[in-house]
Structure formats: structure tokens, C-alpha cells
Design a protein around this ligand. Structure first.
Ligand code: 1CP
Length: 357
């Protein structure tokens, strides 16, 4: 039942507020979507996921399609984001890892030596065919809502591979980077190849925008980011530069890295709550005064979804104002929806953002 319509049969999304904003235009309303909008905050998600392990869910097209659609139906957001995970291409390529409930990705054999890097498999397109099938199902269902594809950036993926799982301080990752730079660069080079191919494949299957998640890049100094990460993320974003879809580049705690993250090739830079959107835009503009006007995405603190409506309304209004002052703005959280969030509050935020524009 997969729809194999070629990319030339793409939907007409020329009026999509998300895509217009991402390309630096003036959208009909402030677009809004939420990182991790699909997932545990939704009872309908918990119901359909019941009994299916996370990675299996990501690689089951009908299920992944349904989960991707749930927040679009419920919240009326301006984009769907593919239900998947950043470790899916590594898993599909044959890396022995699992997503452990309550923990996150756990890697059986952490990657720490030149031999470990050389043994990392590359990705063959047929290994992620279920992801392409999911995208084809979604583009047939989504009407005029664009679909965002995504991948984990080389640094954030490397952190999971080197540490063996989630890490607070990324100490083994930073130790490898500084003590064995050749091994480090070989690892990031390989991850950049996998990620670039995975994003291209998603675009060919029909996604309308891509987001590169470098969630943990904010753990690095700007100097280390430029030396050890930027060349590789640049190569990933270059792999989809001619694909005709906007590229969003996001990390947490990246106030000092924003210009470098834009230089990597981003059309939109995602920002967390630690820096106001207008200040983020000022930094992006100052780094490239001759370039196109920056477009920022963010940046409501997901914890404030628990603070009660008066607080939340004030914060949403402030962010919409700061987004106006920034220039181009896509409303989002500064990081993902937390599992205990009341989904009705999320819908109310989406409605408020729309009513303010
Ligand atoms: O069983 C479950 O429900 C597991 C929870 C879960 C879910 C719902 C994980 C494990 N991943 C996901 C889906 C997911 N992962 C999406 C869904 C699409 C959407 O936004 O609706 C996305 C975009 C991701 C991407 C992802 N995975 C990132 C980047 C975004 C971010 O939040 O920073 C990262 C860092 C991961 C790793 C990961 N996967 C899962 C968890 C709990 C984690 C984080 C672990 C850690 O703290 O290091």
C-alpha cells in the first residue's frame, strides 16, 4: 500500500507557514510545532505503542506513520516530524544498540579505538527502506502539512557511541577528541557519511524540511566545536544543500555556538530558552552581516508547560514578540516535550501562537 509517487509529484506546499518562514519569507501566521510532539505525553501514543519496542516501532511504517500523525491531528501544528530516533540509522546499519525505556540509547560495544571506528558499518539504503516507506505513507496522508525529516548530528551520535549511552558530562567523548584527534575525526567522518546519506534518502522519499539534531553540542567550547565538529556537520548539511528543502540545525545550550552552527549550512537555527530569540538573531546577523536575514526556531522552556496558564501565556507572548524582533521565527520549544506534559496545554500554546499572528 505504499505510495511510490516520485518527488516530482510533491504536494504543493508553497503556502505552508513553516516552509515560507524557513525560506526567509513572510508566512500567513507564525508557524508552530514542538520537538518530541509525538510520544509519551499523548495517551493515544501510549496506546498504539503498547508492547512494541521503540526501535521496532520506528521501523514499522504503519505504526510510525500513525504516531507521526497523532500530534498533527490533536494540536493543529504547522509541521509533522517523522517518528523515528537519532540512533535508527546506526541500528539499521548493524550497530548493536537498543533504546532502553527510561534511559535512552544504549550501545553494546562502545566505540573508543581506531579499530572500533574502522569496524563501524556504513549504511545501505535498503536497510532503512521502512523509513522511506513511512515517509511515503505520510506524504499521502498529510494534506497541506509539511513533513520534517531528521537525523542526529555526528557529535551527538558520537557521544552515544563513545560513552555507550546517555552521558551528563561527555567525558570519554571529550577525552577521545583531544587525546586521539585522528581517531575522532575518522569517527565523525564516518558518522557524517551515514547521516548525510540518511537525510538524502529521506528527502528523496518526500520530506519537506530536515532538522539536524546536535542536541549535546552545547557541551563544547566554540573553539572545540569549530575544530572537532563543524567540518563534519558542514558535510552532512552539504549533502542536502541542493535538495530544495530547508535545513534546520538545533542544539541545547548553544548560545555561544550559534554563528558556527549557521556556518555549517543551516537555513534555520534552533535556539533553547537560555538566550532570547532577538539576541540569538543579533548574534547570527553579526557573524554574517552580508548574508540572508537569520531565521530562528524556538524557544519556550518545556518545563514552563507545567507552570500554569497565566505564566505560560505571558511567556508565549514574550517569545512571539522576541521572534518578531528577530525577523524570521518558527515557534517551538527550546527542547523536547517532557513525558508528563498535559497535551491539552500543548494544544493551547499552539492555538495562542496562531491567534497572535
Ligand atoms: O519508548 C519510548 O517511548 C522511548 C522514548 C523515545 C521517543 C518517543 C526515545 C528514546 N526517542 C523517541 C522519539 C524521538 N527521538 C523523536 C520523535 C519525533 C518527535 O519529535 O515527535 C525524535 C525527534 C528523537 C530524536 C532524539 N533521540 C534526540 C534529539 C532530540 C532531543 O530530544 O535532543 C536525542 C538526543 C535522542 C536520543 C534519545 N532517544 C530516546 C531518549 C530518551 C533519548 C535521550 C536520552 C538522553 O538523555 O541522552
Amino acid at each position: 500500500m505504499t505510495n511510490t509517487a516520485p518527488v516530482s509529484a510533491r504536494r504543493d506546499l508553497s503556502e505552508s507557514p513553516l516552509l515560507v518562514a524557513a525560506r526567509g519569507g513572510a508566512p500567513s501566521r507564525t508557524p508552530v510545532w514542538f520537538m518530541r510532539q509525538a510520544g509519551r505525553s499523548l495517551p493515544e501514543y501510549r496506546q498504539v505503542r503498547e508492547g512494541t519496542p521503540m526501535l521496532q516501532a520506528c521501523l514499522t511504517p504503519e505504526l510510525a506513520c500513525e504516531v507521526t500523525l497523532q500530534p498533527v491531528r490533536r494540536h493543529g501544528v504547522d509541521a509533522a516530524i517523522l517518528f523515528s530516533d537519532i540512533v535508527v540509522p546506526l541500528y539499521a546499519a548493524g550497530v548493536d544498540l537498543d533504546i532502553v525505556p527510561g534511559t535512552g540509547p544504549v550501545v553494546a560495544n562502545p566505540v573508543r579505538t581506531a579499530a572500533d571506528v574502522a569496524a563501524l558499518p556504513l549504511l545501505r539504503p535498503e536497510q532503512v527502506e521502512p523509513v522511506a516507506d513511512t515517509i511515503r505513507l505520510l506524504t499521502a496522508e498529510l494534506g497541506d502539512t509539511p513533513l520534517i525529516g531528521f537525523a542526529g548530528a555526528p557529535f551527538t551520535l558520537a557521544s552515544y557511541l563513545v560513552e555507550g549511552g546517555p552521558s551528563r558530562n561527555h567525558e570519554r567523548t571529550k577525552a577521545l577528541m583531544h587525546s586521539e584527534p585522528e581517531v575522532w575525526h575518522a569517527l565523525l567522518d564516518r558518522l557524517a557519511t551515514i547521516t548525510g546519506e540518511f537525510l538524502r534518502l529521506q528527502v528523496e522519499a518526500g520530506v519537506d524540511a530536515v532538522q539536524l539534531f546536535d542536541s549535546w553540542a552545547g557541551a563544547l567550547s566554540e573553539r572545540d566545536y569549530r575544530e572537532f565538529v563543524l567540518p563534519h556537520s558542514t558535510r552532512v548539511l552539504a549533502a542536502v544543500a541542493d535538495a530544495g528543502v530547508p535545513r534546520i540545525h538545533f542544539g541545547v545550550g548553544t548560545g555561544e555556538l550559534l554563528p558556527a552552527m549557521r556556518e555549517a549550512g543551516a537555513d534555520v537555527v534552533g535556539v533553547d530558552w537560555r538566550i532570547p530569540l532577538d539576541e540569538a538573531a543579533r548574534r547570527l546577523r553579526a557573524a554574517r552581516p552580508e548574508g540572508p536575514e537569520p531565521v530562528v526556531q524556538g524557544n519556550l522552556d518545556p518545563a514552563l508547560l507545567f507552570a500554569g496558564w497565566p505564566v505560560l501565556e505571558r511567556e508565549v507572548r514574550r517569545i512571539v514578540e522576541e521572534g518578531r524582533a528577530a525577523g524570521g521565527h518558527i515557534f517551538n520549544l527550546g527542547h523536547g516535550v517532557l513525558p508528563q506534559t498535559d497535551p491539552e496545554v500543548v494544544t493551547r500554546v499552539a492555538d495562542l501562537v496562531h491567534s497572535l499572528s
